[in-house]
Write a protein that binds this ligand. Structure first.
Ligand code: AHR
Length: 508
């Protein structure tokens, strides 16, 4: 039976302080100010050939003892279908710019084994290639986003790959695809023109990257009916001058349709990145503060884009984001395997709330990464699998897909410098209901939330007894969403929002 949190009465060990000591936060939603519809593609994910993100995490092969559908883990496929993943980006990341698509087609036994130089120097037998990726995307109902190698292959190679995937002609590449088992062309929705060209994608200057984008995007094309979007590789707030890079791309990148941007909430202050679990409150605070910096970065990048594109025709794709900690002790060096805790649920929810405030420009995002890498939805260990708190946030936020956002403010105390105690997002869902997402960043205090919305709210909450509450393979259901209801104060919806929690409610 599901446990329920209602009207300020919190079951389990999550004690709520007496109402008198509970800070009040006033949430005001302005339904007269609808924003641009929230593109469901902002809930996308990134799956790179990195660690056990693909091999073991998604792909086990048809002969595996682990239950699978044509080689894909059944448990992982089912979990991903449940959250309606809108888009998956592949094969990298850094991996993409040393990837030759020809290595990953044809009979698997004949595919070459290469060394994954970026991620641990391990071998990759190319069992997961173009057919396996495109079929996986189809299987989970996601749009495929394929990143071209512009760092070490030619525009001709990229053009051939795109033709192989998308052509319906009686021509050699399409026929080769047919011979390899796929009759119909795949619907290739997004095409990345490189990745982090300023770094692992080729160490290029902004100006050179812009020329590379203009050149490669001239030669890669899918049938117009596919509506494929070409994504120029943009800057990152973690390294270098992202504003100058954005400027260079907008100025010299050719006719852009979308420009990417990367930002990891990665502690980088001379100390270690810190552990994913077993951390103190200083690390909780630091990580949430880093997460909230996304707001400024997106605003900055949008402002540069506005200079060249005031009509906002070029979309901004935040196609790598998430928490990045020191990898788990004992895990393979270079695999970026980290646990995932309640803190990461807050990172995800705060980030979505930021994207909801920028729906005019941000049309796609991809968390890094899908399975077993960085801020993952899912962790696997052999046949075992668990859903992380981040997965649960993706699940809870589904009503915001294609919803119409409204300006919303939360006035009340700050939890810490620059970190409001409560962060809010509001939108009208496609079903006509008004949804609120509420995040309490304070790990100690509940908040008494009073809204200006008539009625009462009901939905789900994710919280736990500790800042690092997480699921393990032995206890995979330690943290999961619970039913949550508010009350009504003076005819308006009100909530007793527990410390360190994320709630999504419909107000009726
Ligand atoms: O997600 C891990 C790596 O982070 C990606 O390969 C790269 O694009 C970024 O620097």
């Amino acid at each position: 039976m599901r446990k329920t949190i209602s009207g300020g009465l919190l079951l389990l060990a999550l004690a709520v302080p007496a109402a008198a000591q509970t800070p009040t936060v006033r949430v005001t939603v302005d339904i007269s100010k609808p924003g641009a519809v929230t593109d469901r593609h902002i809930y996308g994910q990134f799956a790179e050939h990195l660690g056990t993100g693909i091999y073991g995490g998604i792909w086990v092969g048809e002969d595996s003892k682990i239950s699978n559908i044509r080689g894909y883990r059944t448990d992982v496929v089912e979990a991903l279908k449940k959250i309606h993943v809108p888009v998956v980006r592949w094969p990298g990341g850094c991996f993409a710019d040393l990837y030759n698509w020809r290595d990953g087609i044809g009979p698997r036994a004949k595919r070459p084994t290469r060394i994954n130089v970026h991620w641990g120097g391990v071998t990759d037998n190319n069992a997961f290639g173009t057919h396996e990726f495109m079929d996986f995307a189809e299987l989970i109902g996601a749009d495929p986003y394929v990143s071209m190698n512009v760092g070490s292959l030619s525009p001709y190679d990229s053009a051939q790959w795109v033709e192989y995937m998308t052509s319906s002609e009686d021509a050699s590449l399409a026929n080769e695809r047919r011979a390899n088992g796929r009759e119909k062309p795949w619907q290739l929705k997004y095409l990345g023109i490189g990745n982090e060209t300023w770094g692992c994608g080729g160490n290029m200057s902004g100006e050179y990257s812009a020329s590379i984008n203009a050149r490669y995007s001239t030669f890669v094309g899918a049938p117009a009916s596919m509506g494929m979007v070409k994504v120029a590789s943009g800057g990152s707030a973690n390294i270098g001058d992202y504003k100058a890079f954005t400027d260079a791309m907008m100025k010299g990148g050719g006719r852009l349709q979308a420009l990417s941007f990367h930002y990891y909430a990665m502690p980088d202050n001379g100390r270690s990145k810190g552990p994913a679990i077993g951390f103190g409150e200083d690390r909780w605070q630091e990580e949430l503060a880093l997460t909230l910096q996304m707001e400024g970065y997106v605003s900055d990048v949008s402002a540069v884009m506005d200079k060249y594109d005031p009509g906002k025709k070029v979309a901004l794709y935040v196609d790598e984001w998430g928490s990045w900690y020191t990898q788990e002790p004992g895990s393979h060096p270079g695999f970026l395997y980290q646990q995932n805790a309640l803190r990461d649920a807050e990172v995800a929810a705060l980030t979505f709330n930021i994207f909801h405030r920028h729906t005019d420009r941000v049309k796609l995002a991809a968390i890094a990464q899908m399975v077993n890498v960085l801020q993952a939805m899912i962790l696997t260990d052999g046949a075992k699998m668990l859903l992380t708190p981040t997965y649960h946030v993706f699940d809870m936020y589904q009503p915001f897909m294609e919803a119409t956002p409204f300006a919303a403010t939360a006035s009340g105390p700050a939890y810490a410098k620059g970190i409001p105690m409560v962060d809010v997002s509001a939108a009208r869902g496609r079903n006509g209901k008004l949804y609120l997402a509420l995040v309490n960043t304070d790990p100690h205090k509940a908040a008494h939330v009073l809204t200006n919305l008539p009625g009462t709210g009901k939905g789900q909450i994710l919280t736990g007894p500790a800042m690092d509450t997480h699921n393990t393979f032995d206890a995979p259901n330690t943290i999961h969403p619970m039913a949550f209801s508010g009350t009504t104060v003076d005819g308006k919806a009100a909530f007793d929002l527990p410390a360190k929690s994320v709630a999504v409610v419909a107000v009726e």
